[in-house]
Design a protein around this ligand. Structure first.
Ligand SMILES: Nc1ncnc2c1ncn2[C@@H]1O[C@H](COP(=O)(O)OS(=O)(=O)O)[C@@H](OP(=O)(O)O)[C@H]1O
Ligand SMILES: Nc1ncnc2c1ncn2[C@@H]1O[C@H](COP(=O)(O)OP(=O)(O)O)[C@@H](O)[C@H]1O
Length: 268
């Protein structure tokens, strides 16, 4: 069982078996997220939106400092770019969350290929949508069609894949959106780096704790078969590592019971 950090938002789920992702299939009910009130809470009113005198700030490694005409020399170097200044808007995250009546957060679903990440992401998205909550899914396969189409499955490219997805997820959180990420994200260090990009409590890590034998038996894309035949090199779980979370918020544990796959445990 995975120890759970209690400061995190709670997620409740109901069990379901016999998932089917076909277009006409009913969306399985997997639950909903109870979103804690934002720090601004009811005090945040759109009427408070006004131009701020300090309209620009410089930032280095996430630390923010005010910049005015006199101290504009405090421009920062961030990554490879020099002379950059953060531009602050008078409409911020608190206002956007107030507008949307929800709290932005990241629900990061990690697990082997075929473990059910995309299925859970879609079901969660549907459940939240029906409750009037705005979500957006960043799915590994999909993001690799566009933003990350230049990346392979080498270790350093996987790390870059996750870094970029983490940064995009951070933008969604700032927009007040519930960002559901479904990516293998095999390395603990990369997932933890994404967690560190957002505030404590805004990152909910969900581990699809499904044995590789089950994932391989499912093999909906035939990739395990190709990997076993040596036609795909460096396939996660076969000849590339997967590091399970040590302290995730949610662990989805599935097992076979009487020849039926059932959700036996969600540890929160
Ligand atoms: N070598 C190798 N290893 C693992 N997976 C592979 C590989 N090659 C292609 N695929 C397909 O790519 C999907 C995983 O992409 P991700 O961006 O989630 O991977 S990662 O987080 O960068 O490891 C993954 O999708 P899911 O099955 O939905 O997980 C696979 O379909
Ligand atoms: N809880 C579940 N029980 C049984 N089959 C599932 C479950 N979740 C997903 N599946 C099936 O397993 C396969 C892989 O699911 P998918 O969501 O694509 O996994 P991933 O995104 O992790 O690769 C699909 O055929 C899907 O219908």
């Amino acid at each position: 069982m995975v120890p759970i950090n209690t400061v995190r938002p709670s997620i409740s789920c109901s069990s379901s078996s016999g998932f089917d992702t076909g277009p006409s299939a009913p969306v399985p009910k997997v639950g909903f997220v109870k979103l804690p009130r934002s720090n601004g809470g009811n005090h945040a009113r759109l009427s408070l939106v006004q131009a701020t005198e300090e309209s620009t700030v410089a930032t280095t490694n996430g630390r923010v400092a005010a910049v005015s005409g006199e101290n504009a020399h405090q421009m920062a170097t961030n990554g490879k770019a020099g002379n950059i200044v953060w531009h602050k808007s008078s409409v911020d995250k608190v206002h956007r969350q107030e507008l949307l009546q929800q709290k932005g957060c990241v629900i990061w679903i990690t697990g082997l290929s075929g473990s059910g990440k995309s299925t859970l992401a879609c079901a969660l998205c549907h459940a939240l949508y029906s409750k009037g909550k705005l979500t957006y899914i960043l799915d590994g396969d999909n993001v690799r069609h566009g933003l990350n189409r230049d990346l392979t499955f080498k270790a350093e490219d996987r790390a870059e894949n996750i870094r970029r997805i983490g940064e995009v997820a951070k933008l969604f959180v700032d927009a007040g959106v519930i960002c559901i990420v479904s990516v293998i994200s095999p390395y603990r260090r990369d997932r933890d780096a994404c967690r560190a990009l957002v505030l404590d409590g805004d990152f909910i890590e969900v581990f699809m704790d499904v044995p590789i034998e089950i994932c391989e038996a499912r093999d909906p894309k035939g990739l395990y078969k190709l990997a076993r035949a040596g036609k795909i090199k460096g396939f996660t779980g076969i000849d590339d590592p997967y590091e399970p979370p040590l302290n995730c918020e949610v662990c989805v544990l599935l097992e076979y019971h009487s020849y039926k796959l059932v959700l036996v445990q969600i540890c929160i």
